[in-house]
Design a protein around this ligand. Structure first.
Ligand code: NAP
Ligand code: ZN
Length: 350
């Protein structure tokens, strides 16, 4: 057993406080990672503030982890001490079900073990549930540890472990590329990385944001078009336009208005996960044979493919680096859509 420092919330309306947590002894296939950077995903906020209704306290969020291998178990073959590595939203899965065998561990039939807030045996995480990357060290089985290619800074790579793969996976699945019109709703942590990746894939990229306030940034990230959803004219002008729309918004949206922007056989993919159910008028789907779908992060092999793709195309997240005692303020700014474009915690300050 080793001891790590971490930042945790102890109640839904609490504040982050430092505490010491235990990490398991290294098993034969385990990797001990010195965390260098941890991104703040909106899912951390949904969980820590118990908006999804299953939070366990003290809650140590963090599933956008970048760091350096500090030690490895005797049977580890994929990583060595000193390697630049990352950990995303999952730290294990059953490995034998259909989705796992298809490299889609995030859809494991037996439930993937998420990086934080998943109940596990206390031999896996002392305390009985997983604790994430707002911490100085994590222990993860080698198959769930990604290699971060040289050429991407660890700080700007951290957000790719969740935000990057969450956008890369549906862009690949629905064949974004030359000749495809892709819209991304919401240009926050997920959305801004999605703009960069979709543009690098060669798609024609449109951002649908509250307002035009981030338009210059959107164009710099590679968007070809940028529209304000606060302007009703946007919905008239873009009707039946897109092959693929990715919704990254963390709040409830009038989804019918966005479905109308899909062309024949277009698909709107739900990525943002607000607490309330969606409501959709059947006619809007039936007309134009539109599809409404969802997608959750991506498998481990695809996450590695995404990291390699980002390194090749010079893609990292746009970040604001903060110290651990600034997490509460950062959460408030994310909720107020005042983030440019991902907060990343410098783990040296934990
Ligand atoms: P974020 O940084 O807060 O970005 C969300 C964006 O949504 C904001 O920047 C804003 O964009 C827009 N927005 C926020 N509130 C809005 C409102 N009331 N009305 C309209 N637009 C609003 O959050 P994130 O980290 O990207 O995460 C987004 C969502 O994805 C969260 O619900 C998170 O839990 C979920 N998520 C899902 C997966 C998955 O696997 N499916 C993975 C990670 C995260 P504009 O200012 O441009 O309008
Ligand atoms: Zn996330």
């Amino acid at each position: 057993m080793s001891v790590a420092a971490a930042y945790a919330m102890s109640a839904p309306d609490g504040q982050f406080e430092k505490l010491m947590i235990e990490r398991r002894e290294l098993g034969p296939r385990d990797v001990l990672i010195d965390v260098k950077y941890a991104g703040i995903c909106h899912s951390d906020i949904h969980t820590a503030r118990d908006e999804w209704g299953s939070a366990k306290y003290p809650c140590v969020p963090g599933h956008e982890i970048a760091g350096i291998v500090a030690a490895v178990g005797p049977e580890v073959s994929k990583h060595q001490v000193g390697d630049r590595v990352g950990v995303g939203c999952m730290v294990d899965s059953c490995g034998v079900c259909g989705p796992c065998l298809a490299n889609e561990e995030q859809y494991c039939d037996n439930g993937a073990t998420m990086t934080y807030n998943t109940q596990v045996d206390s031999s896996i995480q002392p305390g009985g549930y997983t604790m994430g990357g707002y911490s100085t060290q994590v222990v993860v089985t080698e198959n769930f540890v990604l290699s971060i290619p040289e050429g991407i800074g660890l700080d700007v790579a951290a957000p790719l472990l969740c935000a990057g793969i969450t956008l890369f996976s549906p862009l690949r699945h629905w064949n974004a590329g030359p000749g495809k019109k892709v819209a991304i709703i919401g240009m926050g942590g997920l959305g801004h990385v999605g703009v960069k990746i979709a543009a690098a894939m060669g798609a024609d990229v449109t951002v649908l944001s509250h307002s035009l306030s981030k338009q210059d940034d959107g164009k710099r990230f590679g968007a070809h078009h940028y529209y304000a959803t606060g302007d009703k004219q946007t919905f008239r002008e873009l009707r039946n336009r897109f092959d693929l729309i990715l919704n990254t918004v963390s709040a409830d949206l009038p989804i019918d208005s966005y479905l109308r922007l899909l062309k024949l056989d277009g698909t709107l993919v739900i990525l943002g996960i607000p607490e309330n159910p969606l409501s959709v008028r059947s006619f809007i789907l039936a007309g134009y044979r539109r599809a409404l779908a969802g997608s959750m992060i991506g498998g481990i092999a695809q996450t590695q493919e995404m990291l390699n793709f980002c390194a090749q195309h010079g893609i990292g997240a746009e970040i604001e680096l903060i110290s651990a005692d600034e997490i509460d303020g950062a959460y408030d700014r994310v909720v107020a859509s005042d983030v440019r474009y991902r907060f990343v915690i410098d783990a040296a300050t934990i």
